[in-house]
Design a binder for this molecule. Structure first.
Ligand SMILES: [Zn+2]
Length: 332
């Protein structure tokens, strides 16, 4: 607990220096990074499950027609690499007056393509800021739009992901929510790697709206490079913790950046030797049975949480940050 408080103190300072992203999952670095070995033996088999949050789409004010195009691009990229993903739906992003049918149609495209949908609360509530009663009521409310879909019973309602991966700021809350989700038939879904796509995506959208095509390209390139550096780091963390590369679970968001970049991002993963597997297959790995007792206001990767349980939190201090120019741009 003492270690966690130290991390929280550090995070409290650093979080004020960075844009508070839509899904804050990054754990800031210190100036004494853990130095992973330069080279690790190549894994014989790497596997990864793809999860995409904030469906139907994070448009940053873009018209619905753009969100529809972006959705089609994401689905085309997933199809090209034969990926079966799980998308997590924010209910209130569906129930927009005058647009409900088209937004439900967006979700039905995911289902028709063979993907699964899960509950991400109705209002994208932060569990660290609201009461247990308010949070559980919001989960139940989010089931309404899911039940309006074409295949509501077969392909929805199994999975739940906490907004921002805030799983509870006290042990009592965390355990109570764990019981609630189990009773309601949900599996709470972890992630092991993310790439702060939400940070890049907002800047990407701004640059597109300004028609600054050079900046659009630079942001996309920086995002893809950063995604690779994060992946490489997580592979080493997995080796350090488990002496092998466990099936990774990647967290992305449905946005225009991923509409334009997911094809390349998946190609990068494929080139690193990854096989795309289902979330269920990833979570069947014994690694996901490991205890994690993270308590706090942040939403770090499960690799970080397992490291905390083992007293190996130092390995997170080399966790890559987005390029400084991206962080500076985000502050403007
Ligand atoms: Zn979210």
């Amino acid at each position: 607990m003492k270690v966690i408080l130290q991390f929280r103190d550090l995070l409290g300072i650093l979080i004020n220096l960075l844009v508070i992203g839509h899904a804050w999952t990054q754990v800031p670095t210190s100036n004494q990074p853990w130095a992973p070995p330069a080279e690790l033996p190549a894994a014989s088999t790497r596997s990864i499950a793809i999860t995409i949050d904030d469906l139907p789409f994070v448009g940053y004010g873009a018209p619905l027609s753009e969100m529809e195009k972006g959705t089609d691009k994401i689905l085309a990229a997933l199809s090209k690499y034969d990926v079966t993903a799980v998308g997590f739906v924010s209910g209130e992003s569906v129930m927009i007056p005058g647009e409900i049918d088209r937004r439900l149609a967006l979700l039905n495209r995911w289902l028709s393509a063979g993907h699964e949908l899960g509950n991400h609360t109705y209002s994208h509530l932060d569990f660290s800021l609201v009461s247990m009663d308010d949070f559980t009521a919001d989960i139940i409310k989010a089931e309404v739009p899911l039940q309006l879909l074409q295949k509501p019973l077969e392909q929805t309602g199994r999975y739940f992901r906490f907004p921002m991966n805030h799983t509870g700021k006290t042990a009592v809350e965390r355990d109570a929510m764990d019981s609630f989700l189990k009773q309601r038939g949900y599996v709470a879904v972890p992630f092991t790697v993310e790439n702060e796509d939400y940070l890049f995506a907002q800047l990407y959208q701004n640059a597109e709206q300004k028609g600054d095509l050079d900046l659009v390209q630079r942001i996309r390139d920086a995002y893809l490079e950063f995604a690779t550096s994060k992946m490489a780091y997580m592979e080493k963390v997995s080796q350090r913790l488990f002496k092998r590369e466990i099936p990774q679970i990647l967290l992305l968001h449905a946005n225009a950046l991923n509409g334009d970049a997911l094809d390349i991002l998946l190609d990068q993963l494929h080139s690193r030797g990854y096989q795309f597997i289902s979330l269920a297959a990833a979570m069947a790995d014994s690694a996901y049975l490991q205890p994690q007792d993270y308590i706090g206001r942040f939403g770090p990767s499960w690799l970080f949480r397992w490291a905390l349980n083992r007293g190996q939190e130092e390995i997170w201090r080399g966790d890559p940050d987005p390029p400084v120019w991206i962080q500076e741009l985000a502050k403007k």
